[in-house]
Design a protein. Structure first.
Length: 149
């Protein structure tokens, strides 16, 4: 009975989260994804710098967060969301959606490669951070504009 109650509660919580996600506007969704991505990269960076002890589970979870964040990410940039919500999205995204999609695909591929060969030591963290960092930088240089506010 307790197991059934736990499963029922879990399903209800997940359904509530899915409804809340569906109700969010695309700008808020993409900002949430990017915030999660930033936290994931931050975890890897802290480990690489020795500011956080190496933890294979946390490192691999960070890469999984990046992989999951890339799934469907470009769909969060529909026409009409170029402005508003304190967005840092460059107009270049809508001018070159295929190029933007390619950058997102590069992140997914990089993360998938790391997931296929999980991080097992500090050198693995550093290598993963280098690979992920290059994909992030490549996209941000072209498709992100910093707000002046």
């Amino acid at each position: 009975m307790k197991r059934l109650l736990f499963v029922g509660t879990t399903v209800a919580v997940l359904a509530t989260g899915a409804v809340a996600w569906a109700a969010m506007d695309p700008i808020a969704k993409r900002q949430m994804v990017m915030k999660n991505n930033g936290a994931a990269v931050g975890t890897l960076a802290k480990m690489a710098k020795g500011e956080m002890p190496f933890d294979a589970g946390a490192a691999n979870l960070a890469v999984r967060v990046l992989y999951n964040g890339s799934a469907g990410f470009t769909s969060l940039f529909p026409e009409g969301t170029q402005t508003g919500g304190d967005t840092e999205a460059s107009p270049k995204i809508w001018e070159d959606m295929a190029g933007f999609q390619a950058k997102d695909d590069a992140l997914a591929e990089a993360a998938a490669g790391i997931i296929a060969n999980p991080i097992s030591d500090l050198d693995g963290v550093k290598a993963a951070l280098g690979t992920i960092g290059q994909t992030c930088q490549g996209c941000h240089e072209t498709y992100r504009q910093k707000n002046n506010g």
